[in-house]
Write a protein that binds this ligand. Structure first.
Ligand SMILES: NC(=O)c1ccc[n+]([C@@H]2O[C@H](COP(=O)([O-])OP(=O)(O)OC[C@H]3O[C@@H](n4cnc5c(N)ncnc54)[C@H](OP(=O)(O)O)[C@@H]3O)[C@@H](O)[C@H]2O)c1
Length: 269
């Protein structure tokens, strides 16, 4: 079962799973609402599964501040429901989590063993989701990633933007690691195929960059004439706090962010 199949990561992962010959049930909120405990229990008794990839989440960081109950329902209660299925069927579950479980006060990349301390509702609920998984089963993979881009995401939005505008202001004092959804999908498949050891994994591109420099690089690679003005986070207040420095120490499991971005953009017309 793949929850969240219609999301940014799901849209990258599902076609790859299909290519690899996996038989799977892709679901989104319309056909399988993870917060609907009654429905989850009914389905749980009827289906036979051997692996769960749990991508479904409330991912809008700013909306989560305004509607913490909804974020909690999906990210915590929903994850608890899905973890129960994994426990009942005694099957592995892979849960995708986020760099937002850290506070961003570090000056070096976060290791899987570093203390978590989320500073926004989204991060808090995703961390609680991790705990629900760990509480339910020993057969878990928690895969934390960051700044995902893929079909319809930030990079694509910047390319569309460049068709209409020649100047953009982008935050410069928030550092992270942009990661291509395809790279994470490949890693997920590798974990499943290799039956990798259970536990927490950090899976981001290597290196780090600010949003402003990342955006400049997108326009540079695609030769778009858009000038990027770096601004401070304080010039662009938003409901949710963002970790200032949120780089995951992934042990170079993925290529560096620049070469992944280049590959992604080169493949685009
Ligand atoms: N995007 C990032 O930068 C990023 C970074 C780090 C970690 N992550 C994590 O990676 C995972 C995938 O993220 P994403 O960017 O692909 O998310 P996304 O694009 O926001 O998609 C969310 C998915 O979850 C589904 N969903 C939402 N509420 C649901 C519910 N109540 N029941 C069942 N399904 C529900 C949505 O289905 P509908 O289409 O029906 O709404 C959609 O398929 C998430 O766990 C997220 O926390 C994302």
């Amino acid at each position: 079962m793949v929850t969240g199949s219609t999301g940014l990561l799901g849209k990258s992962l599902c076609p790859m799973l299909e290519k690899e010959g996996f038989q799977f049930w892709p679901c989104n909120s319309k056909i399988f609402d993870v917060t609907n405990t009654k429905m989850v229990n009914e389905i749980m008794d009827k289906i036979s599964l051997d692996f769960i990839i749990h991508l479904a989440a409330f991912t809008n960081i700013d909306l989560a501040e305004d509607d913490p109950e909804h974020a909690y329902d999906v990210n915590v209660a929903g994850t608890r429901n899905i973890a129960k299925i994994a426990k009942k069927h005694d099957i592995p579950i892979l849960y995708v989590s986020t760099d937002n479980v850290f506070d961003g006060k570090s000056d070096k990349p976060y290791k899987t063993t570093d203390a978590t301390n989320p500073i926004n509702v989204y991060g808090k609920t995703k961390l609680q989701g991790e705990r629900e998984i760990i509480k339910a089963t020993k057969k878990f993979y928690i895969l934390r990633t960051s700044w995902l881009y893929g079909a319809g995401g930030y990079v694509d939005a910047m390319l569309t933007f460049s068709n209409f505008r020649k100047e953009i202001s982008v935050v410069n004092d928030q550092i992270g690691c942009p990661t291509c959804a395809d790279d994470v999908s490949r890693k997920i498949i590798e974990i499943i195929k290799n039956a990798s050891p259970y536990g927490i994994y950090h899976v981001s591109s290597s290196g780090s960059v600010s949003w402003a420099d990342f955006t400049k690089k997108i326009f540079e690679i695609k030769k778009r004439n858009v000038s990027v003005t770096p601004i401070d986070k304080s010039d662009f207040p938003r409901p949710a706090l963002r970790p200032k420095y949120c780089v995951l120490d992934s042990g170079d499991v993925l290529p560096d962010w620049e070469s992944s971005l280049e590959k992604y953009l080169t493949a685009k017309k």
